[in-house]
Design a protein. Structure first.
Length: 345
């Protein structure tokens, strides 16, 4: 028998099929491929942001990068965590010349969420931020003049485009809320928005990976208007692929507001059309638009006390013995959920 629990949620009256997830990377070949998008040049300004949750400090770990390692060795840009658990960023034409490297000072502890960011500024300097605060730099290494960042490497989250070896500096832990801007964000702008999700329609936001939708046809959905969808990759290690996780930072939830080219899963379509009728109801109400026959249901009253547990028959619920009043019912199918209000009179 299928088991789907319906919960009564006090004071929640809005319909929502939003998921809240991050992605867990196992530190061995897990990555998100973003193709040749975000091909910045030295004349561009840009900002990278993400929430990170470290599980290991074994070596360097890439958060997001577009970095060449073959003919264009170490050409590109990236935001990373050093082996001493400090934030670092680079914009370079090669490993030894025409490069910009900076290191932060704050130690990022394991098993804690941090918002990290870098901006590449109009004067070719790099600024770092942790939890919305401008980082004092322990290292500023600026050599020569960066004339090109052109590389055949793909943009990746959780590694750089190497040769599928440990040298790819795979991230171990969780990453969430990756944002890519084609402008150098100011300290005020970063501080004002780091602890809330965005709608995806903000000016100059050209890539936004909320990591929320675990069964989208696009795999890793881009919530920005660019619609540069991502694809998970990884054929070894604990995960095989980066895995969706309910370990998330404590930030304000905002629904994606951009038009998506991705399609809904079967469960999401069902929940989008799910209604309770009649509502208000007296004796029996029907759950229309979703098939949860032979499902065990637990009901709670508006004070959070459990009323009863029963098995749904023919998608109908007997409410004749319930006291008059307002109930709030949340139904979950897989990783999707929706909240509905039921009035009994």
């Amino acid at each position: 028998m299928k088991k789907i629990t319906l919960y009564i949620c006090l004071f929640i009256v809005t319909l929502s099929t939003a998921q809240n997830n991050s992605l867990n990377f196992d530190g061995f070949e897990d990555t998100i491929e973003l193709g040749q998008n975000f091909a910045f040049e030295p004349t561009d300004t840009f900002t990278l942001e993400a929430w990170v949750y470290l599980e290991s400090n074994a070596g360097f770990q890439q958060v997001i990068s577009k970095l060449g390692v073959e003919d264009d060795f170490f050409r590109g840009w990236g935001l990373q965590i050093r082996d001493d658990k400090r934030l670092s960023a680079y914009v370079s034409e090669s490993f030894t010349i025409n490069a910009r490297f900076v290191n932060g000072t704050q130690v990022l502890e394991n098993n804690e969420w941090y918002h990290v960011a870098m901006s590449f500024n109009i004067d070719n300097t790099i600024s770092l931020y942790v939890n919305g605060v401008l980082e004092p730099l322990s290292l500023e290494n600026y050599t020569g003049t960066v004339t090109t960042l052109s590389t055949t490497a793909t943009t990746q989250i959780g590694s750089y485009d190497g040769t599928d070896s440990p040298d790819d500096e795979f991230f171990k832990g969780n990453i969430d809320e990756v944002r890519i801007w084609d402008v150098a964000r100011t300290s005020t702008e970063i501080a004002d928005n780091y602890n809330t999700e965005l709608s995806g329609t903000e000016s100059n936001l050209i890539g936004y990976y909320k990591m929320d939708i675990s069964n989208s046809s696009c795999d890793i959905q881009d919530c920005s208007v660019s619609q540069f969808q991502g694809t998970r990759s990884g054929n070894a290690g604990q995960n095989n692929l980066p895995q969706f996780s309910d370990n998330i930072p404590a930030i304000i939830d905002v629904e994606c507001g951009s038009d998506s080219t991705c399609t809904l899963s079967v469960d999401e379509v069902a929940l989008e059309n799910f209604i309770i009728a009649p509502n208000p109801g007296k004796a029996f109400v029907s759950l229309i638009g979703v098939n949860i026959v032979d499902t065990e249901i637990t009901m709670y009253n508006a004070l959070g006390a459990r009323v009863k547990t029963f098995v749904l028959v023919n998608n109908n619920m007997d409410v004749s013995n319930l006291a008059k009043g307002v109930y709030f019912i949340k139904i979950r199918l897989g990783n999707n959920e929706v909240t509905k209000k039921l009035i009994v009179n």
